[in-house]
Design a protein. Sequence first.
Length: 246
Amino acid sequence: MRPSTCCSRIGLRPTTKVESTGAVRPGGWIAFSHRRGFTLVEILVVTAIVVVLAGVTAGMLPGLFDRVQRADALAKTRTMGLAVLQYPVDHGGKLPPLFPGQVLEYEEGRGGRIVTECAAYLGVPTSPAKYLVRSLMPRAYARQTVPADPAQMRVWVMNTRLTNNGAVINPFGGVTTPGEPPTGNSLLGALSEVSAPWMLTTADQKQPNVASAPWRANTPPAPPLGDARAVFRFDGSAGLVKIDQP
């Protein structure tokens, strides 16, 4: 039996059918859609899940941030060390003359700094005549407030006291005035039996080679990488070591 015939018998008229979407279609009946909202229990469950996930994520972020900073410092330490090892190729096999504490301020004619002596191997522009090479600054050191002037911050310390074949030497020799040859810097190939093979490491006031240095105040008071330092070795390897190694 057609719906319209049935309706006519009981005094009803056919009308339209209301679908759940709110649209109407001719030839049907009125249909009421009852939409149920979220219950209090459902809302509480979802809220609890969100809180748990937020707590887990918040707990992971500090560790992730530390790992990123350490990886960044290690990469830039490796870059600096490789530039030092490239220098002897063009300079009679000798290492560059370098100060113990290394800053990232390039200064034309100023020796003793990796960013100046090894600018060609670092891809550092030689203009302007004086500027801070921020691209090589590890993120952990860029966040430090001591010293106040980042151009004076000793980011790395060189190993200037090696025992090689029984003799104590400074492999980087002495820094001379511009235009004069460096004095005392060693042949890289002669460093065959060094007792402490690390070449440079990230600097801080607790590092043994920094503790008694006159420029100690120009390094961060504590290791910016937490319980580790980034180290580059004479054999070309690099890594993170615990602060008691060094």
